[in-house]
Design a protein around this ligand. Structure first.
Ligand code: ATP
Length: 323
């Protein structure tokens, strides 16, 4: 199947500053794909290039078969973009914003009216449609900004930090909406986020960037395979002291790594990497035999956060060696 987005060896310099140093990735129809990376990694530059707002220094982009460099207007008819700060007119009402952006997109009045009404209902804003946006909460503004990005019914949606600054409840609502935009409407979503829990929850595949390079890309399952053998186990214990516990755990056969910390409520919390289930059972026996009382013992999947920080650290180490 032809990907919706295909990026081949994309390079972009701002004067002497390299922002992208040859990145490759592709996004399939109906996927939620995340671009992850620290500040300055090149995520926003990538989104701007994909929307034809800059001309790349080198490489190739295809979005629904179009070249954003030479067919920018056609590309932007197929894409909706949610920027980091909602681009809305605060002094206008939600409905006036819909009218303004619908007209700007060249939509006939009956079309923006119908679609605007549907979107305000979908985003649960219809009862407040005639209030000025300045009076909206951040979560409501973000929902309206999503409605604005979807107004011209684009099959591809770019979301730059869609939940930054939102409280957990509003962020959760936006997550649900992003999922339904994909599942009910079959759109392709490209998401930039610093929130790795958000990316792990929402995304089918990710690309992890650093300083203009892709360090790794794929599903979280794919990235785990290239990670580390072994199993992480979370253990919570009651005991009189955790002094020397890490060294004792590290001395057990099959233990690869261990982190031990004592929580204020007196619970000793450990994250331990072992080679096999046998090692987990031996670990539990050892702790009980040595007077610790087990509160919890739970195998844990390697999280996107574990993978992200390991890759970033490895890349920094390699860059320091070169320097
Ligand atoms: P953030 O997470 O902070 O949004 P980012 O991953 O989106 O970061 P970019 O904004 O794409 O990163 O920036 C990549 C690099 O390009 C950085 O070194 C940045 O300083 C530089 N850069 C971005 N936009 C411009 C610009 N308009 N002019 C000059 N340099 C720029």
């Amino acid at each position: 199947m032809t990907p919706v987005i295909e990026v081949n060896h994309l390079v972009h310099n701002f004067g002497d500053t390299p922002a992208l140093r040859g990145i490759d990735f592709s996004v399939q129809k109906g996927e939620i794909f995340a671009l992850l990376g620290p500040n300055g990694a090149g995520k926003t530059t990538t989104i701007r290039l994909l929307n034809g707002l800059f001309t790349p220094t080198g490489g190739q982009i295809r979005l629904l078969g179009l070249d954003p460099t030479t067919q920018g207007d056609q590309v932007r008819q197929q894409t909706g973009v949610l920027t980091e700060t909602p681009a809305l007119y605060e002094r206008l009402t939600a409905w006036q914003n819909i009218e303004f952006f619908g007209t700007l997109a060249g939509m006939p009045t009956p079309a923006w009216r119908k679609r605007g009404q549907e979107l305000l209902v979908f985003f649960e804003l219809e009862k407040r449609a005639n209030e000025r946006v300045a009076a909206y909460s951040k979560g409501m503004k973000q929902r309206l900004a999503l409605a604005r990005a979807l107004l011209h019914d684009p099959p591809v949606l770019f979301l730059d930090e869609p939940t930054s600054g939102l409280d957990p409840e509003a962020a959760g609502q936006v997550h649900d909406l992003i999922e339904s935009i994909r599942t009910e409407q079959g759109r392709t979503v490209v998401l930039c986020t610093h929130n790795l829990v958000e990316a792990q929850r929402l995304c089918d595949r990710v690309a992890i960037l650093q300083r203009g390079l892709v360090l790794a890309s794929g599903s979280i399952g794919d990235l785990r395979k290239g990670f580390d053998s072994g199993q992480w186990v979370m253990v919570k214990l009651l005991g009189t002291s955790s002094a020397g516990l890490r060294d004792q755990i590290m001395a057990l056969p099959g233990v690869k790594q261990a982190k031990v910390e004592t929580r204020p409520e007196g619970v000793i919390s450990c994250k331990i990497q072992v080679q096999s289930n046998e090692d987990t059972a031996d670990l539990a026996d050892y702790l009980v035999r040595n007077g610790y009382r087990l509160v919890a013992l739970q195998p844990q999947d390697i999280s996107l956060e574990d993978i992200y920080f390991k890759l970033q650290d490895q890349a920094k180490g390699e860059q320091n060696e070169v320097a």
